[in-house]
Design a protein around this ligand. Structure first.
Ligand code: F0G
Length: 401
């Protein structure tokens, strides 16, 4: 299938960037059904016994690049809960209506599975025998699992000190070859160029974006196609905001929704090159990333142009939050009985800050995206629980965690 450049729209091979700096992206296919007819079809698929439709990605098959059924590697990904706040999150952020789309409730515990089912299936269909990625952990865990299911070899390049023990163990459990690279995610990504005859399954791969965009459809379906005012999500390499934004724009273009939600991207303040570029309306200047939220410790995000285009299209914004604020938000999500890894909690921390600044109205209806499972980073959970104990011992009511 031919892709186009996300920026200048020139036709492009799916596996390389454009001379203008844009990334390959697929054009929307149409379901050839009325919006009402398509919504009904989707409803029936939810209870269908067709194995493809047990996946919350392949259920939207008309909106995906064509891949032969026999090549599809799927694990019922994408069927994740939309949890309404039980009150603590709403109180913490001072917002009227808050729900969490928990993409950590996927087969390998992160949102990456939605994209990986499509990327690995496409690699398999094109005859590739191996896949590879650079990763702070979740992409690699997802790649390793789907590659194993599809009978492909996988190679994970990870930053030596920038990945949780749990993620490293998980990647190895699924049988990937792990190469620990000295330096950061950005250094690991640069090393990918040394690999030959492998399909790169980072989010520069347009098949990943096609799968991940389905999170937007799933969120809308779970809400009866009622559009929230804001969608708030963490940003690292900025593939996910590009994907979810693409899904929302497509849902709008197809008439499945009548308006767009606004999107807010939240970065950790020690890894916020996109926020800087957004605020100053300049091109992205890479930085050396430093944050305890290791999943989003990325200083040179590859999808920043796409993310900027999405935010402009939906009147969105980007802000950063400190590691301390991320930890507090993680504590609140824990006390909601939900839990998540630190990078995910940046979305709630960011929402609180957006309300404080008056950018999000306190009366708004908000969906925050939780990207990774609480079990992905045990050390972070211990740190946050210890912090809570210290506050309890001091009798402090200043912090809601
Ligand atoms: N949240 C989690 C839990 C992540 O693992 C990532 C990215 C993000 C948010 C940010 O998403 O990069 O699409 O903006 N993790 C990548 C990885 C980098 O290698 O697992 P993004």
């Amino acid at each position: 299938m031919v892709a186009i450049c996300s920026e200048c729209e020139a036709p492009l091979a799916a596996d390389r960037p454009c001379a203008c700096g844009g990334l390959p992206e697929f054009r929307l296919r149409s379901p050839r059904m009325s919006p009402h007819g398509y919504k009904n079809t989707l409803k029936h698929r939810r209870v269908s016994s067709d194995p493809r439709f047990r996946s919350g990605v392949w259920r939207y098959i008309e909106l995906l690049p064509p891949i032969q059924d026999s090549e599809i590697v799927s694990m019922a990904e994408g069927n994740v809960p939309l949890y309404e706040s039980a009150g603590r999150g709403e109180d913490f952020a001072e917002v009227r209506k808050l729900a969490y789309l928990h993409l950590g409730m996927n087969p390998t515990g992160s949102f990456k599975d939605l994209g990986m089912t499509v990327a690995v299936s496409a690699a398999k269909a094109s005859g590739m025998r191996s896949v590879a990625c650079a990763s702070t952990g979740n992409t690699a865990a997802s790649m390793a699992a789907y590659a194993a299911r599809g009978g492909l070899r996988s190679y994970a390049l990870v930053p030596r000190n920038g990945i949780s023990r749990e993620k490293l163990a998980q990647i190895r459990d699924y049988g990937a070859e792990v190469v620990e690279v000295q330096g950061s995610f950005d250094d690991a990504f640069a090393r990918l160029a040394e690999l030959d005859a492998v399909a790169i399954v980072n989010s520069v791969n347009p098949y990943r974006i096609e799968g991940q965009k389905c999170a937007a459809f799933a969120m809308l379906e779970a809400r009866g196609w009622c559009v929230p005012d804001w969608v708030v999500l963490p940003g690292g390499n900025l593939g996910n905001v590009s994907a979810i934004g693409k899904g929302l724009l497509e849902a709008h273009a197809l008439g499945l929704i009548g308006r767009l939600p606004r999107i807010a991207v939240i970065q950790a303040s020690g890894a916020a090159p996109f926020v800087h570029a957004w605020e100053h309306q300049v091109d992205l200047v890479p930085c050396v990333a430093q944050t305890m939220a290791s999943a989003i410790a990325i200083g040179n995000p590859k999808s920043w142009r796409r993310a900027r285009r999405i935010l402009k299209a939906c009147n969105g914004t980007a802000i950063s939050v400190s590691d301390a604020e991320i930890d507090r938000a993680k504590g609140v999500i824990g006390l909601e009985g939900i839990g998540c890894e630190p990078a995910s909690a940046s979305s709630l921390a960011g929402l609180r800050e957006l309300v404080r600044r008056g950018i999000v109205d306190g009366k708004a209806d908000v969906v925050t995206i939780l990207t990774g499972h609480v079990l992905k980073d045990g050390a972070a959970s211990v740190r946050v629980a210890d912090l809570r104990d210290v506050q309890k011992a001091r009798g402090s009511h200043a912090c809601a965690i």
